[in-house]
Design a protein around this ligand. Structure first.
Ligand SMILES: [Zn+2]
Length: 510
């Protein structure tokens, strides 16, 4: 049976960043010398799709139209990239050839790449694509069988996993496949982050980390190499609260665009630690045609750690400003710009000087004072303005380390305190749009919340120049977090003194 007009249609999805748009694939056959053409703004990978699909269909034992075949992807104005249109193209051609009844393709979306042998290969972006599809009311989808678990994360969608062209035909002709509405699989534990009980000594820095976690404050560690800055930063995810289902879905959808093995929703916040030599594209996102998410988006709802922060290029550090301000990144391309969420908690670490030896005892540092000053100034004002807590870490003497490491809290214990502090914050802020102290605008902290006692010490810090006017708001926010951690209803003078010390990177006065 050939379709009436020599036209068959199937549906797939164009992914523009996290946004999914349904694309209709038309296969038109007409008389003339055998020739397959593809129209509708396809990219290079997609232009090759016709060759892959032809080989796959023939390998599976079916015929490819022996006349003129035109494949059109609409809307034509939408740039289309990637190899996931293969299944839709093959289905439309098979329908035009009468192997599949064209009507079965009307309410189903197809997403997957074909091999020359007719096998279906996994593709990136299944989760954001199907979330978008579900939003426009489509209820059935076909995906590579290896990505069935990822597709099943989308509630209310009937998904079919196919291994090859034969499976595809059987599913579409209703000859196989379980049509049960997919249930959301239970979350799985994937946390592999180090534990705070492995951190030797460093009680001040541990406290700074705990306060940062509790109020979601950005944090800057200063200290010589090997002192434990990286270990501390990598412990941060282990003391943050679990992701909510909505957050986990956002995280999984972003990771789906770079990772082929999303099997379940993540429970713990992600951790992204790009190297200072990483390209700008891998940091903030980029790539040909449609930009991919970078480290700032892979850290969304989690932690972005920039070790040796002054070594990052000025361009890279400047590019952090937008996500820090807006919680998202917009990547412009000539054809279109895409937007990715990038709401992360920033942790920076820096050595005291370019050689790293400046603050060690009997220092062998040979850096000039000018070089040290320049190095420190590389992380510029706009980023420093967002940092609420600065912690200076000094090397721990071994005898002291042994004593201090005897009885330290594990990540689990600290996480419980952090969670309790978060609940205090969300209770206090329940009539606002904010949930954590770090998000609060300065005016709100100064005018709407009671001021701590002992504001005189903050005034003196401003007068003697060790604290900027903007820094005052930060100290107040951190003081609230300290109070929340210590289960006080409002910050006391002691809490304020602690906050001031954490802001200025001094030693903890306790
Ligand atoms: Zn040095």
């Amino acid at each position: 049976m050939t379709s009436v007009w020599g036209i068959a249609r199937s549906q797939s999805v164009a992914l523009l960043g996290m946004e999914a748009m349904v694309v209709t694939i038309e296969a038109w056959t007409g008389s003339g010398l055998p020739r397959t053409t593809m129209v509708g703004l396809p990219d290079a990978a997609l232009t090759q799709a016709k060759e892959r699909c032809r080989a796959a269909v023939l390998s599976a034992g079916f015929s490819w139209p022996p006349q003129v075949l035109t494949i059109n992807l609409t809307p034509a104005s939408l740039p289309k990239a990637g190899s996931h249109y293969d299944l839709g193209i093959a289905a439309a051609v098979l329908a035009a050839e009468g192997v599949i009844h064209p009507s079965v393709l009307e309410e189903i979306v197809l997403f997957g790449e074909l091999g020359l042998d007719g096998k279906v290969h996994p593709v990136r972006g299944v989760l954001p694509a199907l979330l978008g599809v579900r939003r426009v009311g489509i209820e059935r989808a076909v995906v590579p069988v290896s990505q069935l678990n990822e597709a099943r994360l989308v509630e209310g969608l009937t998904v079919h996993g196919v291994r090859n062209i034969q499976d595809l035909i059987e599913v579409l002709n209703g000859e196989s496949g379980v049509d049960a509405i997919a249930e959301v699989p239970g979350p799985s534990e994937v946390s592999a982050s180090p534990d705070l009980k492995d951190v030797v000594g460093l009680s001040e820095a541990r406290f700074a980390l705990e306060v940062a976690a509790a109020g979601r404050h950005h944090l800057y560690f200063h200290g010589p190499p090997g002192v434990g800055k990286t270990l501390l930063a990598s412990c941060l995810p282990s003391i943050l609260p679990d992701l909510s289902v909505r957050e986990a879905m956002e995280v999984a959808a972003i990771h789906s665009l770079v990772d082929l093995s999303i099997d379940s929703l993540p429970v713990r916040p992600p951790y992204s630690a790009p190297h200072h030599s990483a390209s700008l594209a891998s940091l903030i996102g980029g790539g040909a045609r449609i930009a991919r998410p970078g480290a700032v988006s892979l850290a969304h709802r989690g932690v972005l750690f920039l070790d040796e922060a002054p070594e990052f290029s000025t361009q890279a550090l400047e590019a952090m400003r937008t996500p820090l301000e807006l919680g998202e990144i917009i990547l412009g391309r000539c054809e279109l710009s895409v937007k990715y969420p990038a709401r992360f908690q920033l942790v920076l670490a820096a050595n005291p000087c370019p050689c790293g030896l400046a603050s060690t005892p009997r220092s062998k540092c040979t850096c000039t004072p000018m070089a040290i000053r320049k190095y420190g100034a590389r992380v510029s004002g706009p980023i420093l303005d967002r940092i609420d807590i600065q912690s200076r870490i000094l090397p721990v003497r071994q005898c002291l380390a042994d004593k201090q490491s005897m009885d330290v809290d594990s990540s689990l214990t600290v996480a419980e305190r952090v969670q309790a502090a978060r609940i205090r914050q969300s209770d206090r802020l329940r009539n606002t749009t904010w949930t954590t102290n770090a998000e609060l605008p300065g005016r709100f902290v100064r005018k709407e919340l009671p001021l701590p006692t002992g504001m005189g010490m903050v005034d003196s810090a401003v007068i003697n120049g060790s604290l900027s006017a903007r820094g005052v708001d930060k100290v107040l926010k951190v003081a609230w977090t300290v109070a929340d951690l210590l289960e006080a209803d409002r910050p006391s003078g002691d809490h304020l003194a602690l906050a001031l010390a954490l802001r200025q990177g001094q030693e903890n006065p306790q």
